[in-house]
Design a binder for this molecule. Structure first.
Ligand SMILES: C[S@@+](CC[C@H](N)C(=O)[O-])C[C@H]1O[C@@H](n2cnc3c(N)ncnc32)[C@H](O)[C@@H]1O
Length: 236
């Protein structure tokens, strides 16, 4: 179990604006049509691929896989509770888009290379893999001291992962995705208490409450920041 149940549970990444904006970003980079086949690895509740599916009127429901069987998974997707590596090993379908959004960092380095090789084998001739992860440079995520320490470690690891992917796939195209986020401090504190992001998973309740006090003190009633992602686009 990954333990990440609250990532897209009433957060800005589950907001209609975010999903609309992210869908626009994906469709701008990628020529998809009604016949396209889509796979989302680490799909959470599947709202993003479900929205893409509605927008381009997909004939076949997109497939979303995740280790967590969350409540409220979107009915417009085919959901499978399965480890991505296991799914791809036995998969016989080919996809035009394989989306891996804010998930790759949860795998071990060896697993990442294995996953990418399996993904490439599961692409149609013009298919693409989209890997998105937190932008390690000038990251603006609102943090408290202990969370910042974990974030720095995670962002450094992210850099290594990206370098590794670029080395293994020199033709990778690099893009950035930025979402102007505006969130009530109260709501953000609730997200922290629910450990919405992986860097919070190992903090104990005392550390979380100390962090909540810091956020309360350091931020205004409405928190504004840019949620920045890097996007790696890999072809077959
Ligand atoms: C941070 S969430 C991102 C959810 C979604 N992609 C989004 O951006 O809104 C990462 C998700 O990846 C899932 N996950 C982690 N390792 C996985 C694996 N090996 N196979 C499938 N899903 C995995 C977690 O359970 C979690 O739901």
């Amino acid at each position: 179990m990954s333990g990440l149940k609250n990532w897209d549970n009433k957060t800005w990444v589950s907001s209609a604006n975010y999903i609309k904006s992210f869908t626009r970003f994906i469709l701008k980079q990628n020529k998809l049509n009604r016949d396209s086949k889509i796979l989302d690895i680490g799909c959470g509740r599947g709202k993003i691929i479900a929205n893409i599916s509605t927008k381009i009127r997909l004939k076949n429901k997109p497939i979303g896989i995740d280790l967590e069987n969350n409540s409220n998974i979107d009915k417009r997707i085919i959901f499978k509770k399965i480890n991505a590596l296991y799914f791809l090993k036995y998969n016989k379908k080919n996809f035009d888009l394989i989306l891996i959004k804010q998930t790759i960092h949860l795998l071990k380095i060896k697993e990442i290379l294995k996953l990418l090789n399996l993904c490439k084998k599961s692409l149609t001739p013009n298919g693409k893999i989209f890997i998105l992860s937190l932008d390690s440079y000038k990251n603006e995520l609102p943090v408290f001291t202990e969370m910042k320490k974990k974030l720095i470690i995670s962002l450094n690891r992210n850099k290594k992962i990206i370098d590794l992917i670029l080395k293994a796939n020199p033709k990778t195209i690099l893009k950035k995705y930025v979402f102007k986020t505006k969130i009530y401090k109260k709501k953000y504190i609730n997200m922290i208490r629910k450990k919405y992001i992986s860097i919070l998973l190992n903090l104990n309740s005392k550390q979380i409450e100390k962090g909540v006090n810091e956020i309360n003190f350091n931020y205004k009633k409405v928190i504004k920041f840019n949620d920045k992602l890097v996007c790696l686009i890999i072809k077959k």
